[in-house]
Each structure stands twice: as structure tokens, then as C-alpha cells.
Design a protein around this ligand. Structure first.
Ligand code: HEM
Ligand code: HEM
Ligand SMILES: [Fe+2]
Length: 438
């Protein structure tokens, strides 16, 4: 660590890691409902467990991003954090809101729209915490006014993220209008704001790990960001094909979203170039694995899997099937879980004051998680193709089709258990990290 207040990141990482562990349990509880009669039907029905599963996902990823930001900003600005107290209070508010939301779902208090099921009061708490966070970060940079491209893109991404969330707070009576704006939150988060945050975090970590020149890293960061915005904003149209919006979205959505894999591919090329030109010996191999793995899995899950169903000619068959779930898992894991794990492994030894640490367990967890999620993603994809074929093409009714898909949910379950071994090894490693004996 270069600054004492960077340690404010640690409680954020602890919360993120524990919620990740819980998210995985909810995933397992959700998938078994597809396979066997559900004994929890009255306590935890499918819609509730699914809502908790994906809320925990977004929640831990956002906490990870915030922790990562609190770690990076003092180092980039060369200034102590403006207010450690704000950082702690803000975390308290978010955790209270998160627990409140989940308890509410268990009692059926939900808006129903995936990812944004929280009632307004909780959304207001989240906004308050986000404003405190942005204020704290901005004031820290203002201390030295040492604005770097990395900080600019990171904070820009955070402001973009916060503004988009506001479109999820207004309740519209017309369902088509509601979903039109729902995508401004969901799509413009994962294919806009979060891409900017990821670009900035990856640039920071590659800079520190490989010692390549800052000028070069920052130059490509600008290019990537420009491309993400150019393709991602109009690419929102790939969600407007079937919700009553005008026909021109077939063209706009199709063409622009088909270009979205380009900036993601660019990030892979850029990462590999940084690696080739590295000047430092890589000590933290676990962080290095996650960084390179993230670039590739981001491209596979978001770029290739996204492209596969983004054209209206394909999407008319696959829309809302398990093909979507396959892409959702691969993209969220490959891009955003992995960038968080990169940041956590980069910062953790420094936060624990270790010059070097035992890395075997971390690398084991990396390979188990990555291969587990890849196979799980394939399992969902085959379930989705079976579903598309029987239900959409052959016209077999929805529930009869579920029978044909069951085998593939079993495959998903087996792979998910394997994946969970990786997750829990990671959770253990997070708390038990040991300095390397000389
Ligand atoms: C043990 C591991 C996991 C299992 C068994 C699991 C299972 C499931 C199931 C059954 C669903 C509902 C699919 C449907 O709507 O029909 C779901 C949804 C989802 N899960 Fe997981 N999950 C796991 C881990 C994860 C992880 C690690 C992530 C992200 C990093 C994730 C992200 C998602 C997302 C984004 C959705 C919503 C997908 C959509 O909108 O179509 N899951 N999960
Ligand atoms: C890391 C970035 C990305 C993440 C985390 C992500 C995640 C998701 C999730 C969770 C859904 C399901 C939403 C729902 O209906 O509940 C979805 C849908 C979709 N995504 Fe992505 N995505 C990403 C990037 C992309 C890219 C780059 C493309 C295109 C090249 C793409 C194409 C699509 C399409 C076409 C759908 C709609 C599927 C349907 O009709 O059901 N995604 N994405
Ligand atoms: Fe999208």
C-alpha cells in the first residue's frame, strides 16, 4: 500500500466475498428446482430464489467496484482518502439496504423487474450511499487535482452508473415503457458504465503488475472507451426487437450490437500487448492469472456468446430461453466477477502487508472456477438449444419442453458443484492468505 486509507477497501472486499459465497448457494437452490419436485416451494419459490441470486450478484460486484475504487484512488491521486468515515457509513447503509431488500423478497415485497426488484425506499438508500461514495472519491482527487486518464474513466463510469440507476426508480404503468427504460439501467450498465470501470481497473492493474508505460496504457484506454460507447449505446436496441418499439430497431440494434465484441476483442489484444512488453517480474501470479483470464473470458462470454444471439434473425428464436441464461452467466462471470477477483487478489496481499504469499491455493481456485463456469455455461447453452428447438421451432408446449431439458440442468448442477469448490477454496484463501516463508 502507498497510502494508509487504502485499507478502507478491505471491509468492502470482505462483504463482497461473503455475498459471492451466498450467491452461489442461491444459484444451486435455484437450479435444483428445475430437476426435482421443490420442497421449498412455499418458503422460497423459484422467482424469489432467482431474485435473491441475481441481486446478490449485482450487490457484491458493486461493493467490489467501490472497494477497488477506494484502493485505487489514493494511489492514483497520491492523497489520503478524503473521509474514511464516509466510506464506512456508506458501506453500512448499503448493507442495511441489501439485507432489507432480501428480507422483503422473502415476504413477497418486490417490483418484479429482474435486478431492480427493490422497493423505492431501498432504491433511495442506494442512491444516498452512491452520492456519498462519489462525493468522497471526487473530493479525494480534488486534494491534489492529479487527474489521470485512469481516474477520469473510473469516476466517469461510476457517475454514468449512478445516473442510469435513476431510470430504474420511476414506476411507469405501461409495461412496454417500463421495460424500455429498464434496459437503460441493465444494458447501459453492463455494456456501458461497467465496461468503463473495468477498462480503468484493468489499465491500473496491468500498469502496476507489468510496469509498462503509462502513456501507452492510457492511450489505448481512450480508444477502448470511445468504441464501447459508440457500439454500446445504440446497441441497446438489441433489447428493443419484441417489446413494441418501432421497426427501425431491428437494424440499429442488430448492426451496432454486432459491433460490440470489437472493443472487447481490443481489450484482449491490449492486455496481451502489455504482457509482452512487461518490464517487471510478475510476483503476484494469481492476480496475473485473473487479469489475463478476465480479458479472454470477457471476450468469450460477452463478445462471442453475446454476438451469437444478438441479430434479430437469431434472437427471434432464442429470446428469453436458457441461451440467454448461458450468456448471462458467462458474461457476468467472465467480465465482472473476474475483474473483481483480479482487483481483490491484486490488493489483498498489500492490504495484509505481505511482500509475497503462498499462491498455490489461489491458482487452484482460479482454474476450478474458470473451467467450472465454462462447462456450466455450455450446459445452459445446450438446455437453451433444446428449448429453442422443441418449444419455438417444433411448437411443443412450454412445460413438456422442460422435460427434454432436464438432463442438461443435471449437467449444469454437476458443473455448478465443481465451480462451487473453486469459489469456496477462494473464500477460504481470502481469509487464510499466508505470507511466503523465505
Ligand atoms: C453454483 C453456481 C450457480 C448456479 C447453479 C446458478 C444457477 C442459476 C439459475 C438456475 C438461474 C435461473 C435461470 C433461469 O432464469 O431460468 C440463474 C440466473 C442467473 N445467474 Fe446464476 N448460478 C450460479 C452462479 C452464478 C454466478 C457465479 C453468476 C455470475 C457471476 C451468475 C449469474 C446469473 C445471472 C446473471 C442470472 C440471470 C440470467 C438471465 O437473466 O437470464 N450465477 N443462475
Ligand atoms: C459483460 C458484458 C455483458 C453482460 C454482463 C451481459 C449480461 C446479459 C444478461 C444478464 C442478459 C439477460 C437479461 C435479461 O433478459 O434478464 C443479457 C441479454 C442479452 N445480451 Fe448480454 N451481456 C453483456 C454483453 C453483451 C454483448 C457484448 C452482446 C452482443 C454482442 C450481448 C447481447 C445480448 C442479447 C442479444 C441479449 C438478449 C437475450 C434475449 O433476447 O433474451 N450482451 N446480457
Ligand atoms: Fe444488452
Amino acid at each position: 500500500m502507498t497510502h494508509a486509507t487504502q485499507k478502507e477497501a478491505y471491509p468492502y472486499f470482505v462483504a463482497a466475498v461473503l455475498l459471492f459465497a451466498l450467491q452461489v448457494i442461491l444459484g444451486l437452490l435455484t437450479v435444483v428446482k428445475y430437476i426435482w419436485p421443490d420442497p421449498l416451494l412455499d418458503i422460497l419459490p423459484f422467482n424469489t430464489s432467482r431474485a435473491i441470486h441475481i441481486n446478490l450478484l449485482v450487490f457484491w460486484l458493486l461493493l467490489g467496484f467501490m472497494g477497488g475504487t477506494y484502493y485505487m484512488i489514493p494511489e492514483e491521486s497520491d492523497a489520503e482518502l478524503y473521509s474514511p468515515t464516509i466510506a464506512r457509513v456508506q458501506l453500512g447503509i448499503l448493507l442495511a439496504g441489501g439485507v432489507g431488500a432480501i428480507v422483503g423478497y422473502l415476504f413477497g415485497i418486490s417490483w418484479g423487474m429482474p435486478f431492480l426488484e427493490q422497493p423505492v425506499i431501498i432504491k433511495v438508500l442506494i442512491v444516498a450511499a452512491a452520492l456519498m461514495f462519489l462525493f468522497n472519491v471526487f473530493m479525494t482527487v480534488q486534494k491534489t487535482k492529479h487527474w489521470t486518464a485512469i481516474q477520469g474513466v473510473l469516476i466517469g463510469g461510476m457517475v454514468f452508473l449512478a445516473i442510469m440507476f435513476l431510470f430504474g426508480i420511476v414506476f411507469m404503468k405501461n409495461l412496454a415503457t417500463q421495460y424500455y427504460f429498464w434496459w437503460w439501467v441493465i444494458h447501459l450498465w453492463v455494456e456501458g458504465a461497467w465496461e468503463l470501470i473495468t477498462g480503468a481497473i484493468m489499465a491500473f492493474i496491468l500498469l502496476k503488475l507489468t510496469g509498462v508505460e503509462r502513456g501507452l496504457v492510457e492511450k489505448w484506454l481512450y480508444v477502448e472507451i470511445a468504441l464501447v460507447l459508440f457500439t454500446g449505446i445504440i446497441g441497446t436496441g438489441h433489447h428493443y426487437y419484441w417489446i413494441g418499439t418501432p421497426d427501425y430497431w431491428y437494424w440499429w440494434g442488430g448492426i451496432f450490437s454486432a459491433l460490440e465484441p470489437l472493443p472487447i476483442l481490443f481489450m484482449v489484444v491490449d492486455t496481451m500487448r502489455n504482457v509482452r512488453e512487461r518490464k517487471l517480474e510478475i510476483k503476484n501470479r494469481v492476480a496475473y492469472h485473473w487479469a489475463i483470464g478476465c480479458a479472454w473470458f470477457h471476450f468469450v462470454g460477452a463478445g462471442i456468446w453475446g454476438f451469437a444471439h444478438t441479430l434479430p434473425q437469431v434472437n427471434q428464436w432464442t429470446h428469453g430461453t436458457q441461451v440467454t441464461a448461458s450468456h448471462g452467466h458467462m458474461a457476468f462471470f467472465g467480465a465482472y466477477a473476474m475483474v473483481n477477483l483480479t482487483m481483490i487478489y491484486f490488493a489483498l496481499p498489500r492490504l495484509k502487508g505481505m511482500a509475497d504469499y503462498e499462491q498455490g491455493r489461489g491458482i487452484f481456485a482460479f482454474w476450478v472456477m474458470v473451467s467450472g463456469m465454462f462447462m456450466m455455461g455450455l450446459g445452459f447453452a445446450v438446455a437453451g438449444i433444446v428449448q429453442t428447438y422443441f418449444n419455438r421451432i417444433m411448437g411443443v408446449d412450454f412445460l413438456t419442453t422442460q422435460d427434454y431439458m432436464k438432463l442438461w440442468f443435471m449437467v449444469v448442477l454437476v458443473c455448478a458443484i465443481f465451480f462451487s469448490v473453486g469459489v469456496y477454496t477462494f473464500v477460504y484463501d481470502f481469509f487464510a492468505l499466508k505470507a511466503k516463508s523465505a
